[in-house]
Design a binder for this molecule. Sequence first.
Ligand code: NDP
Length: 244
Amino acid sequence: MKGQVIVITGASSGIGEATAISLAKKGAKIVLGARRKERLEDIAGNITKMGGQAVFYQTDVTSRSDVEGLAAFTIEKFGQIDVWINNAGIMQLSFLDKLKVDEWDRMIDVNVKGVLYGIAADLPVMEKEKGGHIINISSVAGRRVGIAGSVYSGTKFAVRAITEGLRQELSPRFNIRTTLISPGSVETELRETISDKDALKMLNEREIESRLQPEDIVNAIVYTIQQPDYASVNEVIIHPTTQR
Ligand code: NDP
């Protein structure tokens, strides 16, 4: 881990923030990307105060040029990219008949196109470096449709398909490891953008005894990175023990 250059999208809160802090503590050089600049500034500042290395680049993953900028900034700062983590995501659960079409669009833009733009920006760098590791954050919703989750699950199924395609195409030719992380319910800000009150009510009623903490997902990410280069851990699924 020491000295590896790791790019993390959606690094301003939740799983992305926890991943940045933990990997920096292990000696990685971190590049944080997300939209909320003040948060990124704080997180990078705290990592630096702890003696770690972190910089940030304000990035909206729905903008291809922003994501290309994130990759270019990383090369400018650190000269290489060892691991790229496509973590940014939103979960605007809603029942289909509410016709929240703008939210469907938004989820597709962030969760699917954002991941694709990340791959497009990172791939030429890793091809040139003849190796690397791409980690995509999907969800258990990428395997099973949950409450009011048709579109959210659709985006996370897509991330699973894209990651498997990456594995088939890139691993043998370019020596690039690919990993899909599929978490169950984690305590983060993710639910805050749910506008469908019925969906939110049902989700809260189903409350799970102990949700996962972001650090539980970080442990899985660390495990996949720390394997030898010839070992590509392709998927990790983590449910809270009490989640169905
Ligand atoms: P958070 O809401 O805490 O974090 C989401 C992150 O994504 C934020 O840093 C946010 O930053 C970023 N983001 C959202 N939109 C954009 C955008 N357009 N451009 C760049 N960054 C963006 O939630 P989590 O940490 O839980 O979510 C991280 C990932 O984990 C997501 O992909 C989510 O789907 C997945 N996941 C989460 C689960 C959970 O229960 N929490 C379960 C399964 C999967 P900013 O607003 O500053 O741009």
